[in-house]
Design a protein. Structure first.
Length: 140
């Protein structure tokens, strides 16, 4: 099926073009994903973050330690359970996330700057419809 092949190709190309090994990434992809989740969720326990990101606790602990060393994530004791702690983005973490997100968006939008306006508008319309369809599936 052509749609399946083109979507697979698109996902592969998006991963390659936004790779942290190319074009001056501010954050490695795994760090970007963790910061994105914290940005959407606010304070989270490490275990909850690991579950949401599909990571084992030890992998996430090393990643969080690195992000905290860089001043991108802060830890605070959980007021409901002093044995546990919560994580959230710092201002520097939010700035790094936003810079990397903007870089990734630019990489894709720069690829279509030469497209005729009607074709670009059609792409936007179709992507919106795809996003809405996927969002409905998640809500079910």
């Amino acid at each position: 099926m052509q749609l399946s092949e083109e979507l697979t190709r698109l996902f592969t190309l998006l991963t390659r073009v936004t790779s942290e090994h190319e074009r001056g990434a501010v954050l490695a992809r795994p760090d970007f994903l963790v910061l994105a989740r914290l940005g959407r969720s606010g304070w989270l326990r490490p275990g909850d973050l690991a579950q949401l990101e599909g990571l084992d606790q030890s992998t996430l602990s090393r990643r969080i330690a690195g992000l905290a060393e860089r001043g991108l994530v802060e830890r605070q004791s959980d007021p409901g359970d002093r044995r546990a702690h919560l994580l959230r983005l710092t201002e520097a973490g939010l700035a790094a996330f936003e810079a990397e997100q903007a870089r990734r968006v630019r990489l894709v939008t720069d690829a279509v700057t030469q497209w005729p306006a009607p074709e670009l508008a059609e792409l936007v319309r179709l992507l919106h419809e795809l996003n809405e369809s996927l969002q409905q599936r998640i809500a079910q």
